[in-house]
Design a binder for this molecule. Structure first.
Ligand code: ADP
Ligand code: MG
Length: 693
């Protein structure tokens, strides 16, 4: 690679690299790779170990291998049943042993390769179903010169596995990385030398080289550990800066008043749980300070977060301050409206709660806006409309966000900006987050945990149903619906594609309507459906008896009459996600059922499903899930920005704790981190990323 062709700056867009075009840059951007720096810092997540070229006779079924041979036949054809383009070829090694090759949807390969070509292929060996030759599906290939001594250089051996989106391949990325690699030395290390030494971390340039082109497993492990540390370290630095900037703008203290909490408790139809009382107390303590509260209330579905939020709003009101609650959907906002009213309006006669959503008629919205601006309305509950429309609050003291991961930092900031000073801030989430994860992702916040359920709930009977027992699952649905209850049927998310998931849910809804439950009112909801709010509303109203839904759709609504949650393709979901689905039933007093179906689960998958059936505590499940699969699955791919290396490191708290301690050490001496420009810039980039999320 001639040095002249190298971009001068690490900030240069990836398109400066040779053979990297705009369309590919777009795909890389979807992986968070925009600049040359990003490319270098994005290590493979794993390696294929194909090894040196081997003879066909010695291949093992199911193992990865590299084979060199001569093409004896090759043709492209269209599969009739499914709309797949097949390229089929056979090669023979120098002992004449055949290996069949099949590529799906890569018709151009038949144009690139010809009978008589000497090629190397690397892939996983499969024994053919009906006897005959061994085969490889979608192998990597490389055309070789027709000489014995010419060995493959691009396929076989150790091949990196990068995260991909359609249209990219690990080989392409490896090639681009190769051309950018000489720039690694110019990357400034965000980790100060003494921190590296204390924690036995290699330098960034070294980590890039070893991570993209390891010679041994240890190289890769060292590189990953260093990169994971750097990531957690940058995030913790970003949190430290955020905390400092929040603390710099004082809030109006909201003093604790015993009579408020007394009146609040007297107005409730139940006793607060110990966990609710503890969380409420933590919130009150924070609100009494001039440093704005910045707290995350983390409690399982149904743990009673709303009551804690309502107590906080009552306290604010007693100090003459207003509160806002922002929820991700209109249905949830309406639900909050009713619940906050029930909790507050009887006990606090002057306290009015209003709703602001875009679905309201304009005069109603005007009225609520006026009530908010005059300070007359104590609590405004709403959706994005709260920040999109020009809502002003005379005296905002407390901002609350429900399902906070559904909003970006910027949206949360806009909500906070509704106040004159900084309002106190309370975020709520129903994803049970283990401590390490909360610290890694929301390190700028303090966390209150509701780890206790209100008494009197009947646990949801959870069962893994064999696919050939599906009719038994349908019987349960039928029995419950016939008794006046409602049911959810969740269809799996296929490869993160909302289009595909929508399609499978649509097909399933059609099938259930025609063949299984023709007697019931059945409807469908998925993320692409325009009328989804309306469908949800009709389900809440009981007009729909069986609701077929995809996972991506908002099912975070309270339908106490729903008693069955049937989940197709349950093995495709994370434990925490399954638990979330389960939380949608069992909200009333009736016995509820969660039925987990998996078509052809692996033993490991089955074991995970059995865990869900056995464990009903969301936090415990989340921890199990994290230990088994890492947290990527726990949060869903778009809900966190961590790399696998960082996620994996969170399985044990050690690296995170070290990163936190090191950042605390730095900011103790240098609160603005001005002495560490590389770290500060990286932290700023992290903040920028999360605010776009
Ligand atoms: P979350 O938002 O945490 O999922 P909610 O605040 O919606 O939970 O509460 C779920 C249900 O439990 C509501 O019907 C609420 O009134 C009820 N609830 C809340 N706290 C208690 C309690 N301490 N005892 C009994 N019921 C409670
Ligand atoms: Mg809630």
């Amino acid at each position: 690679m001639p040095v002249l062709a190298l971009p001068r700056s690490l900030e240069a867009p990836v398109t400066v690299l040779p053979r990297l075009y705009a369309a590919e840059a777009k795909r890389l951007a979807r992986l968070g790779i925009e600049t040359v720096r990003d490319l270098l810092l994005t290590l493979p997540y794993d390696w294929e170990t194909y090894g040196a070229p081997a003879q066909v006779a010695g291949l093992d079924d199911g193992k990865q291998a590299t084979v060199v041979g001569t093409v004896t036949s090759i043709s492209a054809k269209q599969s009739l049943r499914r709309r797949i383009k097949l390229t089929e070829a056979t090669i023979r090694d120098d002992e004449g042993a055949p290996l069949r090759l099949v590529w799906f949807n890569q018709p151009y390969i038949a144009k690139n390769l010809h009978k008589g070509d000497r090629i190397a292929v690397a892939g996983t060996v499969k024994s053919a179903r009906y006897g005959g030759a061994l085969q490889m599906q979608n192998p990597h290939y490389e055309r070789l010169e027709d000489r014995e001594d010419v060995k493959p250089v691009r396929v076989g051996g150790l091949m990196p596995k990068y995260h991909l989106v359609e249209g990219l391949s690990s080989r392409k990325i490896a090639r681009w990385v190769e051309t950018a690699l000489p720039l690694a030395d110019r990357i400034e290390d965000v980790i100060p030398a003494q921190v590296r030494e204390r924690n036995h971390l290699i330098e960034v340039a070294e980590a890039i080289r070893r991570g993209h082109k390891p010679e041994a497993d240890q190289d890769f492990a060292d590189a990953r550990r260093r990169m994971a540390f750097a990531e957690l370290f940058e995030l913790q630095a970003a949190f430290a800066l955020m905390r400092a900037s929040i603390a710099a703008e004082p809030a109006t203290p909201i003093p604790y008043r015993q009579e408020v909490i007394d009146a609040f408790k007297a107005g409730l139809a139940f006793e607060l749980t110990t966990a609710q009382r503890r969380a409420t107390w933590e919130v009150f303590k924070d609100m009494a300070q001039t440093v704005p509260m910045n707290r995350l209330l983390n409690g399982d579905v149904g743990s009673g977060k709303t009551a804690v939020a309502a107590a906080a709003a009552a306290m604010a009101h007693a100090s003459g301050m207003q509160s806002v609650v922002m929820a991700p959907t209109e249905i949830l906002a309406r639900q909050h409206l009713h619940r906050f009213r029930a909790y507050l309006e009887a006990s606090f006669p002057g306290l009015t709660v209003e709703l602001l959503v875009s679905g309201q008629p304009a005069p109603e919205r005007r009225r609520v806006r006026a009530a908010a601006a005059s300070g007359h309305c104590a609590l405004v509950v709403g959706t994005h409309a709260l920040i999109e429309e020009d809502v002003e609050l005379a005296n905002l003291g407390l901002a609350i966000v429900d399902e906070q991961h559904r909003f970006g930092t910027r949206q949360r900031e806009l909500l906070r900006a509704k106040g004159r000073g900084r309002p106190h801030f309370l975020a709520m989430t129903a994803t049970p987050i283990p401590r390490t994860l909360a610290l890694a992702l929301y390190g700028e916040m303090s966390v209150s945990v509701l780890d206790e359920m209100p008494p009197g709930r009947t646990p949801v009977t959870t069962e893994v149903v064999d696919p050939d027992q599906r009719s038994r699952a349908y019987e349960i649905v039928r029995r419950e619906v016939a008794a006046g209850r409602q049911a959810f049927v969740i269809c799996p998310l296929i490869e993160e594609s909302e289009t595909l998931a929508a399609r499978s849910a649509t097909a399933e809804a059609e099938r259930l309507r025609k063949e299984v439950f023709p007697e019931f009112r059945l409807d469908l909801v998925h993320g692409r459906l325009k009328e989804k709010d309306d469908v949800m509303r009709r389900f809440v109203a009981g007009e729909i008896q069986v609701l077929v839904a995809t996972a991506v759709v908002e099912v975070g609504v309270d339908v106490p009459n729903a008693t069955v949650m049937m989940i197709e393709g349950a093995d495709r979901f994370g434990l925490a996600q399954l638990h979330q689905f389960r939380g949608r039933v069992g909200r009333g007093s009736a016995q509820s059922y969660c039925l987990l179906l998996a078509e052809d689960p692996s033993d490991a998958a089955l074991e995970r499903l059995e865990l869900v059936a056995r464990i009903h505590d969301g936090f415990r499940l989340a921890r199990e899930d994290m230990e088994r699969r890492g947290i990527g699955e726990l949060m869903g791919p778009r809900q966190h920005g961590l790399t696998d290396a960082a996620m994996e490191s969170l399985r044990t708290p050690a690296l995170l704790d070290e990163a936190r301690a090191e950042v605390q050490r730095l900011v103790a001496d240098d609160p603005t981190l001005d002495g560490f420009p590389a770290l500060k810039a990286a932290a700023a980039r992290r903040l920028e990323q999360t605010s776009l999320s």
